[in-house]
Design a protein around this ligand. Structure first.
Ligand SMILES: [Zn+2]
Length: 96
């Protein structure tokens, strides 16, 4: 794990406020914006998969990270939309 302590107060508790997958050449990494829960200082971390390249032998592990990332995204952005769709479908079914 990278060093996730706050650069300001050395607190280890922080939350991810933004997370995005980036590529540099063939290497993929996850860029995370974090906020310290103690002093609210914001800092960035980059999490790379050592020796992993897209299409390489560890590609499956990379895909798993992408899926995890997608799950985070779905949870944040689409959960409410999905619930809305389910409710709408239910209402349509009740009409007929
Ligand atoms: Zn701090």
């Amino acid at each position: 794990m990278p060093n996730l302590r706050c650069p300001e107060c050395k607190e280890s508790m922080n939350k991810v406020i933004d997370s995005r997958t980036k590529t540099s050449g063939k290497r993929a990494y996850i860029h995370r914006r974090r906020e310290c829960l103690n002093c609210f200082y914001r800092f960035s971390t980059s999490e790379t998969l050592d020796d992993d390249t897209i299409g390489g032998p560890c590609c499956k592990r990379y895909i798993k990270v992408l899926i995890d990332h997608l799950n985070d995204y779905l949870n944040d952005k689409l959960k409410s939309q999905l619930i809305e769709d389910i409710v709408n479908t239910k209402e349509q079914n009740e009409i007929y």
